[in-house]
Each structure stands twice: as C-alpha cells, then as structure tokens.
Design a protein around this ligand. Structure first.
Ligand SMILES: Cc1ncc(COP(=O)(O)O)c(C=O)c1O
Length: 449
C-alpha cells in the first residue's frame, strides 16, 4: 500500500455527545424539510471526508466502514479524483452526450472494455445511477430479444425507479403502495446457503435454486422462449451480502445459453474492485451478456454504466437516453478512480479483505449472536441471529449493534433483515480494519448481554 492512497491512519475521535449541537440543528431542519422516505440508521451529519475518515459538523471523527453505501471506492476525496474533477469543472461541465459528443465518453468506454468480464467488442450506455443502469439493461433486454419476460431473485435489490423496483425484492416497504409494477417479472429463490433447509447439502441446494427455473417455471407458468433476461447479483448487496455459489452462477449461464436468454449481472454494489477482482462475477468464471455498474466507479460522482456485448446494443436513435448521462465531470472522476483502482486499490481490497475474513470467520463459533460471516474482498456480511440453531433473524439487535458502533466512532450499515455490512473504501489499511473489527466485536458482545 503506497502512502499516497493511505490518507490517514488515525482512528475515531468522538468529542461531543452524539448528535452534537450542530448536528442537532441540522437534524431538526431535516425532519421538517426532507423526504421522510430516507432510512438513516443513526444521526451522522457529515461535513468532510478524507481517505477512510469522515468528520461531522461538530468535529467528531469517524472511521467509515460504509464508504457512503459502498461508493467511495478510492476513499473520501482522493487527491487524484479531486484534481480530475476540478480540472474538468474548469473546462466543461455539461453539453449532453445524448445530442453531442464528448471524447471522454469513448475514452472511458475503451478503458472499461479492457476490464469487462465478457469478451468484446462491447458497447456502453451512460446514465447517472445504479437504477438507471438497470432501467437501460431492462429496456435493452426487451428491445433486443423482442421478448417480455424477466426473471429476478428474492432478496434482490436493483433500484427504486419503477422498472428497477419491479425487479427489487428485498423489503416489502420498498414496494408497498407502489403497485402496479412492471408486468412480466417473475421472482425465484436465490441460493442463500446459510438459510438452506436443514440437513440439505449446500451445493445441491444452490443447484436446486437454479434448476427451479427450468424444471418448474418453464414447465408450468413461463414459457422459456418468452423470457428476455435473468437479472442477478453474484453477491446480493442490500439483500444481506449473500454470496451465490459458483455452481449456481454457472447453471444460470447454461440455462440462458440453452434458451436464448440474456444474463444480466448487476455489479452496481459488488463491482468496481470491491471483491478484489474488477467484478464479482469473475470469481465464478461466468461471462455475462450485460453488466450494470454505478456506485464505486466514479468515487462518489453520479455515474451509471450499462455494458453489453456489442451485438446486443442494437436499439436505434431515440430508443433510450438521458440528459446528464455520461456527464464529463463524472467521467473524469471515473477515469481517475480507475487509475487508483488498477494501481493499488483492487489488490488492496483482496489483501485486506482476506485479512479481515481470516479474523472474522471464527466469530460464528465465538459469538452467540453471530450466525454467519461471509463475503468476498471488502464486501463482508455478519449475520446477527437470536437463536443460532433456529437462525432467527435479529433485526433489532443488528440495529442496536450498528448504533453502538456509531457511538464509538465507526460507521457500519445494515444489509438485509439482520446483517451488518462491512464495505469500507478499498484503500483501507489493515490497522484501520483492526480498529473497526475491534469495535464491531465489542458491540456484538455487548448486545448479547
Ligand atoms: C446491486 C444494486 N443495484 C442497483 C442499485 C441502485 O443504485 P442507485 O441507488 O444508484 O440507483 C443498488 C443500490 O444500492 C444496488 O446495490
């Protein structure tokens, strides 16, 4: 790890009661003015960030193991990313790639093409967020195949706009009172091997989940030739950091090949180096037809990218576009982010992730509240259960743990019904990982009392 990437080795420093006086002022205004649909887990009012640290409006310093929901891959305000944003901001902020041309749109496409998880040539669609990358994939899958059916998985999170929401199936509140959603979407079981039926074999269970599609769905309610695409996360993110076994992903690929269905892998949260490889699907050897990218690719600037095998992106002018998609400042941030990721951060994610997993694997035996620890690279989930044998999800205890780590100056977020997610910036050091793991372990032990 070079010193340029590691901006601070300092741990948390909490000086005021939380929330402090300045934070309380902001919280009061927020409660009056801002949409109550947001889901804040604790009252953190952020003022600035640097590396793996953020400072709140009262001068408290936190170690950020959320990375702004798995976004700031190169850390907060990486100097190379900041310089690229400032340079581009002084030159050109917007003209619109839908009606005009920017050279940087093709420069980034060429860079991404070199690291895409499927053989080229490729084509690229630019949007501004994960949900937009999914919308583009969804529309394109229907356009290209001239089929309507879409298969997605229970536990999936693909975004909140109406199309993406129709695929999302991780919490009822995300869908409540928004129906009718997109017709033609069918959800099927995702292989959460931790929660497989008691006594069953993990590999067999994973294969059964994939085979359900062919052996049940296609033979009863959904003719295979009407299915345009299967959307899948190789590691479910919002669903709880659940890793799909390799055999399952390979079986999905086989089913898609056999029936002319597109395999769309959502890499919005798990991609951009977070798992120690460029894309989480690369751990399985499976080549998707389409991937969706956002979050970590531009270190916090809004950018979504839909990457396809070139022949799939056959829609004609006017079929799909967005005024801001592929904004030059976001693209400049993405190019600088790719430099840092390729130079050091992806390798660091693999190394520090392995280091953390070596320590945390024993937690499931050691801590009465920990049912499972799983993940790849710096995408690690800790499942909190009330009763280890019955695997009862303990959302309240998980929330309590996340709140008490905040009070000790380390930021985590929940994921799924009862998991704590660890998703720090990819430049995190082993020393910082130790501080975070110490605090998390302490809070898990306290919650058990
Ligand atoms: C896997 C996945 N897909 C899509 C999205 C939606 O991304 P956005 O919030 O940028 O619209 C998310 C967001 O958490 C995600 O984790």
């Amino acid at each position: 790890m070079t010193s340029t990437a590691l901006l601070t080795t300092a741990g948390p420093r909490i000086k005021t009661q939380l929330p402090g006086p300045n934070a309380r002022r902001v919280l009061e205004a927020d409660a009056r003015l801002i949409s109550p649909s947001y889901t804040r887990s604790y009252p953190l009012v952020v003022k600035r960030g640097r590396g793996v640290m953020v400072e709140d409006v009262d001068g408290n310093e936190f170690l950020d193991f959320s990375a702004g929901i798995a976004v700031v891959s190169t850390g907060h305000c990486h100097p190379e990313v900041v310089a690229a944003i400032q340079k581009q901001g002084g030159e050109l902020i917007h003209m619109s790639g839908t009606d005009f041309y920017y050279e940087s749109m093709t420069t980034l496409a060429e860079r991404l093409s070199k690291v895409a998880p499927m053989k080229g040539p490729h084509r690229f669609y630019y949007g501004n967020s994960g949900t937009e990358a999914i919308e583009a994939a969804l529309k394109l899958a229907r356009y290209h195949t001239k089929r309507q059916g879409i298969i997605a998985f229970y536990g999936a999170f693909h975004g909140r706009t109406m199309g993406a929401l129709s695929l999302t199936a991780s919490k009822p509140q995300q869908r409540r009172r928004f129906a009718p959603l997109l017709p033609g979407v069918t959800h099927v079981p995702y292989p959460n091997v931790y929660r497989r039926p008691e006594g069953s074999d993990a590999r067999q269970y994973a294969m059964d989940c994939a085979r359900f599609i062919e052996e049940k769905l296609f033979k009863t309610t959904l003719p295979a030739e009407e299915v345009a695409a299967i959307f899948v996360e190789a590691i479910q993110g919002e669903g709880g950091y659940v890793v799909a076994p390799t055999e399952f992903m390979q079986e999905l690929r086989r089913i898609c090949d056999q029936h002319g269905i597109l395999l769309v892998v959502d890499e919005v949260q798990s991609g951009s180096g977070r798992t120690g490889k460029w894309w989480s699907v690369q751990h399985t050897g499976v080549e998707p037809d389409i991937i969706t990218v956002a979050k970590g690719i531009a270190s916090g600037m809004p950018l979504g990218v839909t990457i396809t095998r070139a022949e799939i992106m056959d829609w004609v002018p006017g079929s799909h576009a967005s005024t801001f998609g592929g904004n030059p400042v976001s693209i400049a941030a993405a190019l600088a982010t790719m430099n840092v990721l390729e130079r050091e951060a992806i390798a660091n994610a693999g190394e520090v992730g392995d280091y953390m997993m070596r320590r945390m694997k024993s937690w499931a035996e050691k801590h009465p509240l920990v049912g499972d620890v799983r993940g790849r690279g710096l995408m690690i989930g800790v499942e909190i259960t009330r009763d280890k044998k019955a695997k009862t999800p303990a959302s309240d205890l998980r929330d309590k743990i996340v709140e008490s780590t905040f009070e000790r100056g380390v930021l985590f977020l929940g994921a799924g019904e009862s998991s704590v997610r660890l998703s720090p910036p990819l430049i995190v050091s082993k020393e910082q990982a130790d501080i975070a793991m110490n605090v998390l372990e302490e809070c898990i032990a306290l919650a058990a009392k």
